[in-house]
Every structure is written in structure tokens, then in C-alpha cells.
Design a protein around this ligand. Structure first.
Ligand code: NOJ
Length: 448
């Protein structure tokens, strides 16, 4: 019997990582300090006091990592560049050894038949920029524009798929509001709104850089972790409530980049805390992109409340979750996230740039990590993605987070998201059961 869970022809299957989480070599070959190198050294901030100094030592082991990817049949790989490796001070002099490293990396990747999808910024702001105001200051946007020009010029012959920034709310709001991510401060809403604005302005600069220097076939888009409502019942009233809620809570990012400005509702909500916007900012911010990257892990249940107004239904204590309290298992989030991004904000080519799960307890059984929990979670999310595609949502690809266990930010090395296990003492990589399963999915272009 033939399965109906086949994906469209040319669907992009891949895996994802990010430089600060895997590279290590945090102070080697002239790399500058990042805000995460600094933050992870503040006692009590990161689990176990874990830092990024060595991580997966991918800086030295990338050839073997690409060989393993090839063995698993990985053809598309999302990675990020470390800004402080290229510009140790954030701006000023380029570090030639940083450029040389990524040249070696891309050459090795292409030799293994792997297509790079490159994120310019995945949270590792050079500490030198933080010292001059960081995301709070407009200076960061000028430094970023130069960095974007430099890397697109340097690698644009081999890299054709560019992602501007990863998950703006995390390094702005969580970094400066909640304080649980670097730089770990607790600032006013006005400051946070300004960091949002500078981040979307950097997105615009990256789009411009790719258009100017990317060469033939270059494509660019943002990776957003939109806040996703899931209608409690799939009925017109709850769907309408979810749709309205989605538009509202994502207005400052998805709305801003696709709509040519901040919505009146968003500005009203900001009140006196509205960000300072300069003339011409939105010419950059709303430059057309080629795709939208979405990192989708979970969702929020929403229904039509009084007078049809959206009402959030909180998770009860026993709702199923992974080892991350924030990662409640909501497979329908991938259906509603992609569908609503398309319907509300007109996203045309959508790539899931991250999806996956983190667990703390994954023992070897007879030499194998039998992570049925991960295989099952991913399979259930992919079923919902398949449903979205069947309903006409333009989803073109899927990247599983993550290729291997790595530095999970403030949760350190205990929280494992990989389909490949990493022994951080020996650096031995061992594909888990989920990696073998995903290899078949990629190969057969269907859920097995
Ligand atoms: C989002 C981030 O982009 C990535 O760096 C992180 O490790 C995963 N989600 C899991 O939390």
C-alpha cells in the first residue's frame, strides 16, 4: 500500500545548527569575545556554568561532521556565521583568519554535496559592540551593514541561500527584558522596543547586501519565531479568533517587514514607549524577501471568547511537554503557524528553519540512543506540515533542529536537541535512532 504522506517534488529536507552552539574555538585565530562568551561566565546564568569555549569543537572537526551528514543523506544544512570571528571588534578591521575558516568550511561542505543555508546573525553579538550600546544603539545597525556586505561578498559565490537574523524576540526581549539570555539585562519597554527596531533594520540591511552583492540566484529571508495560536476547535469562530490574535501579536516583526511600517494598533500599544524611527528606515525594512523562515516548536491555544474576541486558554499542569518547560507538544502549531503567516502576512515561500525537541535524559541502550520520543514528536509535527501543504500553504522545506546535541544557551550541554548524540568529553558523535529514521524520510521524501 502506498503512503499518502509524501512531500512535494523538490521539497528541501535539511538539518540546522548555529555557530556559537557548535564551533567552540571561542578565542582561537583572532575571534573576538561575544556577548554569550561573557554572559556564560556570569555565575548562575547558565546551567552548570557551561560555556561555549569548546562546544562540539566543530571548528576543528567540521570535515568529519560533513562526512557524517553525507552518510545520513543530508543535502541541505542551515548554519550561522560568527560575527565576532569575522569582526572581532564588531566593526573596524576584518579578521582574515575568520574569513579563511569559513572558506575552508564552505569548500568542505560543497565537496560533500551539501548546500549551505547561512544565517548572518544567530545571537552572538560581538561584546565590543555591546560595550558601545549593543542592540540599544543605532551603531549596531551600521556595524551590521558592513558585516553583511563583507560576508556576502566573501562567500556569495558558494552561498545562495541567506537568512538575515534568527529569532528577533529572543535576543531583544529575552536578552534585555527577561534577562535569561545574553546580555542578561532587565530594561524598560522603551529600550526593548528600540532593540526590536534596530533588529528589523539589520534585517533590511542584510536583504540589501544580498541584493547588491549576492550574485545570480541569491535568495534571502528572515527566520522568525512567530507566536502561534492554535484554535481550540477547528471551527470558523475559533479560527477567526486565532487569526486575529496571530496578526496582532506578530505585528512588530512580520507586520513591520511585510507592511511597510508599524501598524497603528502596534504603535497605540507602545504608547510613549514607541521606538524611534528615522526617515528611510522602512525603505530598507520592507525590501521584498524571497522566503520566510519559521522556527516552530510550540503554540498557544486560542478560542473565540466574549463577542468573538480571542481568548487564550492556558496549559493545564499535566499538558505534555519535553524537558523544556516552554516546549509544550503542540504538533498543530506547525500547521497553523505556516497557514496564518501565509494568510495574514502573505508569506509566499515558507521554510521551517527549525523544529525539534530537547530532552535531558537520553541513555544508551545496547549502544543506541533509542529516542522514540523525538522520532514521534517530529513525525507528528511533519504530519501537520503535510496537512498544511495539502491545504495549499506554500511550504518549501524543513530543517530539523538539530544535527547534533550542542550548547543549548542558558540550559548548557544537559539539554539535548540533536539527532546525533555528542559525547562532550570525547567529542564522539553517534547517530540516534531518530537520525536513522530521518535519513529514510529525507531519502524517500515521505514519512516512514
Ligand atoms: C531556537 C534557537 O534558534 C536555537 O538556537 C535553539 O537552540 C533552539 N531554538 C532550541 O531552543
Amino acid at each position: 500500500m502506498k503512503t499518502d504522506l509524501r512531500f512535494p517534488k523538490n521539497f528541501v529536507w535539511g538539518v540546522a545548527t548555529a555557530a556559537p552552539q557548535i564551533e567552540g574555538a571561542a578565542f582561537e585565530d583572532g575571534k573576538g569575545e561575544s556577548i554569550w562568551d561573557r554572559f556564560s561566565r556570569i555565575p548562575g546564568k547558565c546551567h552548570n556554568g557551561d560555556n561555549l569555549d569548546v562546544a562540539n569543537d566543530h571548528y576543528h572537526l567540521f570535515k568529519q561532521d560533513f562526512a557524517l551528514m553525507r552518510k545520513l543523506g543530508v543535502k541541505h544544512y542551515r548554519l550561522s556565521l560568527a560575527w565576532p570571528r569575522i569582526y572581532p571588534n564588531g566593526d573596524g578591521a576584518v579578521n582574515p583568519k575568520g574569513i579563511a575558516f569559513y572558506n575552508r568550511l564552505f569548500d568542505a561542505m560543497l565537496k560533500e554535496g551539501i548546500t549551505p543555508w547561512v544565517t548572518l546573525f544567530h545571537w552572538d553579538l560581538p561584546q565590543a559592540l555591546e560595550d558601545r550600546g549593543g542592540w540599544r544603539s543605532r551603531l549596531v545597525t551600521e556595524a551590521f551593514a558592513t558585516y553583511a556586505d563583507t560576508v556576502v561578498k566573501a562567500f556569495g559565490d558558494r552561498v545562495k541561500n541567506w537568512i538575515t537574523l534568527n529569532e528577533i524576540p529572543c535576543f531583544t526581549n529575552m536578552g534585555h527584558g527577561q534577562g535569561d539570555k545574553a546580555p542578561g539585562t532587565n530594561e524598560t519597554q522603551k529600550v526593548i522596543n528600540q532593540t526590536f527596531h534596530h533588529a528589523i533594520l539589520c534585517h533590511g540591511h542584510a536583504v540589501r547586501a544580498v541584493r547588491e552583492h549576492g550574485g545570480k540566484g541569491a535568495r534571502v529571508g528572515l527566520t522568525d519565531n512567530s507566536t502561534i495560536p492554535v484554535p481550540v476547535t477547528e471551527t470558523p469562530a475559533d479560527i477567526a479568533a486565532a487569526k486575529a490574535w496571530f496578526g496582532d501579536v506578530n505585528a512588530h516583526i512580520l507586520g513591520a517587514i511585510s507592511g511597510g511600517g508599524y501598524s497603528a494598533a502596534y504603535l497605540k500599544r507602545c504608547g510613549a514607549d514607541r521606538p524611534e524611527v528615522r526617515k528611510g528606515d522602512f525603505d530598507l525594512i520592507s525590501l521584498p524577501t524571497d522566503f520566510l523562515g519559521m522556527n516552530i516548536y510550540s503554540g498557544t491555544f486560542v478560542r473565540a471568547g466574549k463577542k468573538g474576541k480571542p481568548e487564550v486558554v492556558a496549559f493545564p499542569p499535566d499538558y505534555p511537554q519535553t524537558s523544556c518547560p516552554w516546549l509544550k507538544i503542540v504538533p498543530q502549531s506547525i500547521y497553523w503557524g505556516t497557514r496564518l503567516a501565509h494568510e495574514v502576512y502573505g508569506a509566499k515561500n515558507i521554510y521551517i528553519t527549525e523544529n525539534g525537541c530537547g530532552y535531558d535524559n537520553e541513555p544508551f541502550v545496547d549502544g543506541e540512543i533509542q529516542d522514540l520520543h523525538r522520532r514521534d514528536l517530529v513525525r507528528n509535527y511533519l504530519k501537520e506540515l503535510h496537512r498544511a501543504i495539502g491545504h495549499g500553504v506554500p511550504v518549501r522545506g524543513y530543517f530539523l533542529w538539530s544535527f547534533m546535541d550542542n550548547y543549548e544557551w542558558q540550559d548548557g550541554y544537559t539539554r539535548r536537541f540533536g539527532i546525533v548524540h555528542c559525547d562532550f568529553k570525547t567529542q564522539k558523535r553517534t547517530p540516534k535512532l531518530s537520525a536513522k529514521w530521518y535519513a529514510r524520510v529525507m531519502e524517500e521524501n515521505r514519512l516512514v
